[in-house]
Write a protein that binds this ligand. Structure first.
Ligand code: BES
Ligand code: ZN
Length: 654
């Protein structure tokens, strides 16, 4: 596979007068009138999109693309066909999000002009012959070629697990899909899509779609029958195969990983889906499949509907990292059904998902284990706030994203863990778990297939619990909803994690013993960690890290005593062990840091380690430079750029 072709314009508009004035088929929604959910200026306006739809309009569009051509390496040629109903007062110009790496090919019948918009994208201005009537259906065809933009990742055979064939994948969230195809690249717009993808012999294409079919000539046809935002469209082309792991689930992976993938999750996914449905309402996406990505995939998981993408680091052999799967499943309701209208409201996606994830985990694995996992999350939030300062503007739930700022650059732990605390606080106000569960289900039902802001969420909460509204729970001093949203800092309310004490206490005590000036080996040897769960070890290591550097010599002994930790293959353990190595200047084990960074490219593992190396000694700085120069080509371009920034190598913005 040298190149792929997907398509857009010859930007031309099929004669609007040929179409009835109606909503396009397949979309349950009218275009939202101005003032509807996610609409208007203020928190609903998406400054990260140049598209016409960004000013509070909720269009409905379908997209189709075909992909041929081996003519040029690493190019994807396509044709996008957008159908959308015009709103009252629409101008005689349509704007789509695009990217300098994306070329609209020649021969337009309508004037199409690409104009600069931001460092992360450009604006495609398409002149219409006249202003459309309200409700008029416009169909726009755009032939285009996408190249090596940030949303389209082309991997050489060496960058795959099997090392035999090239691989390509797309990653849309947050604002990367505008380099994949011209689109309304804003989470405030939802649309259905269908796609036709032709790939070379020996390759398989998969997408985030409710149905797919392989036709002749290695052509795959996909259809997403539910409206979704642009960031959830995803495509992979590679040497991949699948295996069933449940009645509506299969795993996808390169052939050399498929056995391990099947073993990791065979028979466990369905239970999470069933519990999710019981708690939050119907699962509307049909299938729930999981695709194991090449090692450089920058995230633990990405909730592409019907087909979650995950890092191969999850193949721990013992299901210990299944929380990532439960997290991505939870996005099926929070994020994929009810979506943040702008990236400034990202906590609505991630905070509610963390809460949902922990509700499912509680049902399946019990409260103590869930609290233990939540405690490791809280430790991440603590580390983040310590590193940035609590008052940092990104430590608000509602982030003010100024025009020109790349929403991906605002990514941090706050929307996840402070978001989790706020949702837990709402549950605490209600005071009854089943009542709060019922609220969550009603919330999903009320806002499904829509894009909303926190005002919609909190307005609905107060409407659903009028007695709380009456009591004025939104303005309790110190806990005002407005403070939660708009004041940076540590969450004013923390959920009680004490049910996890039975698992955390032994780890706390052991960390204490290892931090002592003179080691009490008798007490240490009396603690048997062989039966500890992965997250107990993670929690223990977080405590050790917090107490580091340990007194001289302690860490060497710890390393020797617990090969289960110091020689771990589990990525969460490896990350913590590497952080501890660096904070203690344990030079003898620096090669482990290097090996870990060579083995995978997840952003949340990569950046903390480079930060630690750069903040350390001359030796660790040299290690950072050496490791980065060897691994940079394998890293996702965003991760590459963040590492460059840490190492002071940042190039001027493209
Ligand atoms: N949607 C996110 C990943 C993401 C966020 C991609 C922002 C691009 C921009 C995904 O659901 C996620 O949160 N993944 C976590 C999983 C964890 C919280 C269990 C990850 O990758 O670590
Ligand atoms: Zn998430």
């Amino acid at each position: 596979m040298d190149a792929l072709t997907l398509g857009i314009p010859r930007g031309y508009l099929t004669d609007p007068s040929l179409y009835p004035s109606s909503t396009p088929p397949g979309c349950p929604h009218d275009p939202s009138p101005p003032g509807g959910p996610g609409a208007g200026h203020g928190p609903g306006a998406d400054v990260a999109s140049a598209s016409s739809a960004a000013r509070g309009r909720c269009g409905t569009c379908t997209w189709s693309c075909a992909s041929p051509s081996r003519r040029r390496a690493r190019r994807l040629r396509g044709r996008a066909r957008w159908s959308c109903a015009a709103r009252a007062g629409a101008a005689a110009e349509l704007r789509l999000d695009a990217h300098p790496s994306l070329a609209v090919t020649a021969g337009q019948e309508l004037p199409v002009e690409s104009r600069p918009f931001a460092s992360y994208g450009s604006a495609l201005h398409i002149a219409l012959p006249q202003p459309p009537r309200a409700g008029q259906l416009l169909t726009l065809l755009i032939d285009y070629e996408a190249g090596e933009g940030p949303g389209v990742c082309w991997l050489s055979p060496e960058q795959t697990a099997g090392k035999q064939k090239p691989y390509m994948y797309t990653q849309g969230q947050a604002v990367l899909n505008r380099s994949f195809f011209p689109c309304f690249d804003t989470p405030s717009v939802k649309f259905t899509y269908s796609a036709t993808v032709k790939v070379p012999e020996g390759f398989t294409a998969v997408m985030s779609a409710t149905s797919w079919e392989k036709q002749k000539d290695n052509t795959f046809v996909f259809k997403m029958s539910q409206p979704i935002p642009s960031y959830l469209i995803a495509l992979v082309v590679g040497d991949i195969v699948s295996a069933d792991v449940g009645p509506r689930s299969r795993v996808w992976a390169e052939p050399c990983l498929i056995e391990a993938a099947k073993k990791e999750y065979d028979g466990v996914i369905e239970e999470f889906l069933v519990v999710g449905e019981k708690l939050f309402g119907p699962y509307v996406w049909g299938r729930y499949d999981i695709l194991f990505m090449p090692p450089s995939f920058p995230f633990g998981g990405m909730e592409n509907p019907c087909l979650t993408f995950v890092t191969p680091c999850l193949l721990a052999g013992d299901r210990s990292l299944v929380d990532v799967i439960i997290h991505e499943i939870s996005h099926s309701w929070f994020g994929n059904l009810v979506t943040n209208a702008t990236w400034g409201e990202f906590w609505l996606n991630e905070g509610f998902t963390m809460y949902a994830q922990r509700r499912i985990t509680t049902e399946v694995y019990g409260l103590p284990y869930t609290c233990l996992e939540a405690a490791t999350g809280r430790a991440l939030l603590r580390q983040h706030m310590d590193a940035t300062g609590e008052d940092h503007p990104l430590n608000k739930l509602r982030v003010v994203i100024e025009p020109g700022i790349n929403p991906d650059d605002t990514y941090n732990e706050t929307p996840y863990e402070k978001g989790y605390c706020f949702v837990s606080y709402l549950a605490h106000l209600v005071g009854n778990q089943s009542k709060f569960d019922a609220f969550l289900q009603a919330y999903v039902n009320r806002f499904k297939f829509q894009s909303i802001t926190a005002d919609d969420t909190l307005g609905f909460f107060l409407e659903y619990f009028p007695e709380l509204k009456e009591k004025g729970v939104d303005s309790i001093p110190g806990f005002e909803f407005d403070r939660w949203l708009n004041t940076p800092g540590w969450p004013p309310y923390l959920p009680d994690l004490s049910p996890g004490q039975q698992l955390m206490r032994p780890a706390d005590e052991l960390a204490e013993l290892w931090a002592a000036d003179s080691l009490n080996m008798e007490a240490i040897e009396a603690v048997d960690i062989t039966g500890w769960r992965t997250y107990q070890l993670v929690y223990f290591l977080d405590q050790v890290l917090q107490k580091s550097p340990l007194p001289e010599g302690n860490l060497k002994r710890l390393s020797k005593m617990y090969p289960k930790i110091s020689k771990a293959q589990n990525a969460e353990l490896r990350l913590r062990w590497c952080q501890i190595i660096l904070k203690n200047n344990l030079e003898a084990e620096y090669s482990k840091v290097k090996d870990f960074l060579h083995s995978q490219g997840k952003q949340k593992y990569t950046l903390p380690l480079y930060r630690a190396m750069w903040g350390g000694s001359e030796a660790t700085r040299a290690l950072a430079m050496e490791t980065f120069s060897a691994t940079a080509p394998q890293l996702h371009v965003n991760v590459q750029n963040y590492v460059k920034k840490i190492l002071g190598l940042a190039a001027a913005e493209a």
